[in-house]
Write a protein of this length. Sequence first.
Lengths: 173, 169
Amino acid sequence: MAGSLIKIDEEIVTSAVASVTLTGIDSTYDVYMVKYNNVTPDTDVVALRGRVTESSTPNTTANYDYAAKLLRSTTSFYNSSSTNQTSYLINQDTTGTGTGEQTNGINYIFNANNSGEYTFITIEDSFLEHNGNLEGSAGGGVFTSASSVNGIQYFFSSGNIASGTFTLYGLKK
Amino acid sequence: MATNLQFIKSASGTSVSSLSVTDCFSDKYDVYYISATKIDIATAYYNNIRVINSSGVDSGANYDYAQLQMASYTTFSELRSTTATSWFYSSWQSANASDGVGLGVYIFNPYDSSSYTFMTHQSSGFNSGSGMLGFKGIGVHHIAEQITGINITSPYNYDNITVNVYGVK
């Protein structure tokens, strides 16, 4: 395992941007991984979302399904799911601008560049929601269009990404 | 071609009450992967995780966690706390030496003194006489300080324990 994770693209946000797009997904690998850490919004009560890109253009059609368990440190867990959305929901709840509030996580992306199959993603994150309580997501999603995906875009449901590091890796075959 | 999952260090212990992996976090990485595949314990119990700061192992009530306990032989359970003294329930450890465990943990931003330290983890263990017992969970150490290592702990002695730490570059 130690010799099989290859960095492809990285974006470090130090001033506000509307979105981050990581590209470089091609047929070299079947599985890609994204790590993101220290991700904060400039607007309160927002959730991190994601879209695939085709030829580096985000696909905004209603072809995203997701389902995840929202783990919560202060109350019962929650089943979060939806179909035919215009993006993946990465944070299954909203984070914000309070002290210590940020998002950290790992996504694995499967079959993205294979034009004959849907693109699947797993979602695993740990974040402070907009009241400062620990929450996290464990689940996945699918982009229900058999197309050749070359990247992934991250953005908040409103406002900008104020800070954070996003890195795309390929898992060597 | 350079790899971006880089082995940092391994730590092992025999007949110890806990295992510290010291000075494994640095400014070289911001995300780490920790694995444990072979832990033998005197009495079956959960493995718990603490962080190491400049004063040593932090056993204060500075940990929040939320864990989904998944068993092959009974209903799932939700476990949570905002005032814990460790990230409890990271994995279940059988007292049978042949049972082993699989534990993987991601640690985020430990060395950043301006950020809390976050984690996600997943584990699969075996509860002797019952069946598989696993956990999927998250945690935060809610003090913004520099964390330099981790500590795996249980109320019972570990006969053998080995933990590996990798940096995700």
